[in-house]
Ligand binder design. Structure first.
Ligand SMILES: [Zn+2]
Length: 87
């Protein structure tokens, strides 16, 4: 089940099925990536195309397309905020 499916039922949000698909795939890869980061540390595990980088891109898209509803994407928001603080 895609945990982002609920976004397609939000009022005032257009057709975001493609975004929901991307978020669902990203969520799984982020969960795996976080495990790798815990084992190896961000220096080893992260690069410019890791799940954090994809997350930043998705967060920008989500804010643009979902407006205030994007704030409910806490997992995405926290992952992105944490990387911003680190850099
Ligand atoms: Zn990363």
């Amino acid at each position: 089940m895609n945990p982002y499916e609920f976004l397609t039922r939000q009022a005032g949000v257009g057709d975001v099925r493609d975004l929901v698909q991307q978020l669902g795939a990203w969520h799984d890869s982020m969960v795996l990536h976080q495990r790798t980061v815990r084992q190896l540390g961000p220096e080893e595990a992260c690069d410019e195309s890791c799940a954090h980088a994809v997350g930043r891109d998705l967060w920008a898209q989500a804010k643009k397309r979902l407006g205030p509803v994007a704030e409910s994407l806490t997992f995405l928001r926290r992952s992105v905020e944490r990387t911003n603080q680190e850099s």
